[in-house]
Design a protein around this ligand. Structure first.
Ligand code: HPA
Length: 236
């Protein structure tokens, strides 16, 4: 038990999916997992453990942003023995090639987070995905003919940049495909504690065209992302 998590040691599987939204955690557990039971309800930041294709798997919501996500991720690794963490989220598009509903695999994640910048002075650390997970998910997405982009993402501490797209500075011109708010912290903590991590996001709103996902498109895209992540979780 921790101040943020009422689960007991052994309540989580070694592989944990990490959506931001607690209700998405519940939906993943109830829709795709067998024998799912709730293991955490503190602050309604829901966590579940069950099986998928016969393999134990957990899903734990992180809340929004790196400050919140870091608490759950740190505790999952250090108090609950998580060894493979797969974030399943949404992201904003920063490149016109990335269409609403497309999947973005974060090969790496830039950030403006002081949590990460300050930990490596005078260096700037490059948070990267686990290559085995990245390769497995990219291969599987290709087999399923899902629209997928693999590249750099930015995990931003600011959702509402006062000057919109300009708030992302030179990043889009340097190939950064999309923005979320958690992936750099996930990769940095995974590196710190020697575990595997990957972020896959569905692009839900394009910051260039202002196109947004319809409710129906959101549902089918989320099914594709959840089953892709679970299949990677079950096989790697
Ligand atoms: N930032 C901007 N737009 C978004 C994000 C984000 O983190 N996630 C989904 N759309």
């Amino acid at each position: 038990m921790t101040p943020h998590n009422e689960a007991k040691a052994g309540d989580y599987a070694e592989t944990v999916l990490l959506p931001g939204d607690p209700l998405r955690a519940k939906w993943i557990a109830e829709t795709f997992m067998a024998d799912a039971r709730q293991v955490n309800g503190v602050r309604n930041c829901l966590g579940f453990t069950g099986t998928y294709k016969g393999r134990p798997v957990s899903v734990q919501a992180t809340g929004m942003g790196q400050a919140s996500a870091s608490i759950y991720i740190h505790e999952l690794i250090n108090m609950y023995g998580a060894r493979t963490l797969i974030r399943v989220g949404t992201c904003g598009g920063l490149n016109a090639r990335v269409k609403v509903g497309d999947l973005v695999l974060a090969q790496a994640a830039c950030t403006n987070s002081g949590m990460i910048r300050d930990a490596f002075v005078p260096y700037s650390f490059a948070p990267i995905a686990d290559f085995g997970l990245l390769r497995a998910m990219a291969d599987k997405a290709e087999t399923r003919k899902l629209r997928l982009h693999v590249g750099n993402m930015v995990a931003d501490d600011i959702f509402y940049h006062p000057n919109g797209l300009d708030g992302y500075g030179a990043l889009p011109a340097h190939g950064v495909l999309a923005v979320d708010m958690e992936s750099a912290a996930l990769y940095t903590l995974a590196a710190r504690f020697g575990v595997r991590a990957l972020t896959v996001c569905t692009m839900s709103d394009c910051l260039i065209t202002h196109e947004e996902m319809s409710a129906q498109h959101r549902q089918t895209a989320l099914v594709d992302m959840a089953t892709l992540a679970l299949d990677v979780a079950a096989e790697t």
